[in-house]
Ligand binder design. Structure first.
Ligand code: SF4
Length: 409
């Protein structure tokens, strides 16, 4: 099974016909490399945490470059091509040579997938028929609301009726996942109910609700908070309630990020599976697990059942994957043992973390934990409960093995 990702480049907002009101990249500052899981041990900063994460592209790549990259990547693959995914920093619908790109990829005769589009660049409903006949099988489409005026106003979509017609045609033929960033007071309440009904009527497969973040604690790490002055935001729990209420009015798959997936009971579906928790190894060494405030209660609940040697310490950041060195600097070092595990995907360079967490003169070892302990709403959307549980079992087993291998005696 071979999958190909086709990166078309582009800059969020700038290659999207202007920024959506709520875009997380709005006001983004150029920040120094964060450090991450891909960095070399002695070098803070790699391609991923310097450019990719910050979507620092110069613009869309031209078609020749995309074709060249695609050909080169194809040669590295072995086995039958099972899926081609178009992705980039800019919006594929705004790619200047979009139809040529699709024709080129269609010639590879594998199912096509558009990882994300707002549709703001599509001005003719016939593009939907062209995409279907070119082998598009799945698309994630930002909807915001089924009310064209709200799309026009908040997404700056110049042709919102056309975009909605395209969603309708696509949803009647292929898998359409709708993404909705929820701005409380704007597209929740009755507007959300109407949008969900409309999506169900047109045949969308699922909806991902995304909580709007407006502060650094909520996850804006590009020095760009607030995105919208004075905009009300929801707590994580308020948002999870909204996701559950939305699920109650539809048969479509509904998931939310950062919480929750009501159909699967995730994140941390394992909390409801005591027999699976029994199968996890016991903890017999000591370490502190650093995480975000959303995951902390679940991780603590599971690890305390496996031994009383671990401390689960939340930083002032809701999402563990978005922890940066600044969050570690704020920790009270007197509480920390000599082995610390940070989230696998944290934007932190290990050498710097060790320096910061040993600043009181006590040398501490910092380890990177497993990449995932559970599936967030975006990941779980395409999964079933057994796969989520398998992922969680693998994540917790490797976390505990790490503690038992490197923790304090
Ligand atoms: S389409 Fe997406 S990336 Fe582009 S401005 Fe809107 S939210 Fe940002």
């Amino acid at each position: 099974m071979a999958q190909l990702t086709v990166d078309i480049g582009g800059r969020p907002g700038l290659d999207c016909r202007g920024f959506c009101t709520y875009c997380y990249f709005k006001h983004a500052q150029e920040v120094p490399p964060f450090g991450c899981r891909y960095c070399l041990p002695f070098t803070k900063g790699c391609e991923y945490c310097t450019r990719s994460v910050q979507e620092r592209y110069t613009g869309f790549k031209d078609l020749k470059e995309v074709a060249g990259d695609t050909l080169a990547n194809l040669q590295l693959l072995s086995g039958d091509l099972t899926r081609i995914t178009i992705s980039g920093g800019g919006d594929p619908s705004c790619y200047p040579e979009f139809t040529d790109l699709i024709e080129l990829l269609a010639s590879l005769e594998a199912p096509l997938h558009i990882g994300y589009t707002s549709g703001k660049g599509f001005d003719d409903p016939a593009i939907a028929d062209f995409l279907i006949s070119s082998g598009l099988t799945e698309i994630s489409f930002t909807v915001f609301a089924a009310d064209p005026e709200l799309r026009r106003r908040y997404m700056h979509d110049p042709t919102p009726e056309t975009s909605l017609e395209i969603i309708k045609r696509l949803a009647g033929a292929i898998d359409v996942y709708a993404a909705l960033v929820i701005l409380p007071g704007i597209n929740d309440g009755v507007v959300l109910t109407n949008t969900i009904r409309w999506l169900e009527d047109v045949g969308a497969k699922g909806v991902i609700l995304m909580r709007f973040a407006n502060t650094t604690v909520q996850g804006l790490i590009l020095n760009n908070a607030p995105i919208i002055e004075q905009q009300r935001t929801q707590t994580v729990e308020e948002f999870a309630d909204l996701v559950r209420q939305t699920k109650a009015i539809t048969t479509m798959r509904i998931s939310g990020t950062p919480l929750c997936d009501p159909d699967l009971g995730s994140p941390f579906a394992i909390l409801e599976e005591p027999e699976l928790q029994e199968l996890l190894p016991r903890i017999h060494r000591r370490a502190a697990i650093i995480t975000g405030t959303v995951a902390e209660p679940a991780i603590r609940a599971i690890l305390t059942k496996k031994g009383d040697n671990t401390e689960v310490i939340p930083v002032q950041k809701e999402i563990a994957d978005l922890i940066t060195i600044e969050d570690l600097k704020a920790l009270d070092l007197s509480l920390l043992p000599s082995t610390i595990v940070i989230p696998g995907r944290a934007f932190v360079h290990l050498a710097e973390a060790e320096e910061v967490l040993s600043a009181d003169g006590k040398m501490r070892t910092v380890l990177r934990g497993p990449e995932m302990l559970t599936a967030d709403g975006e990941t779980s959307m395409g999964m079933d409960r057994d796969s989520v549980l398998a992922l969680e079992m693998a994540g917790f087993s490797s976390l505990i093995n790490l503690i038992n291998q490197y923790g304090e005696e």
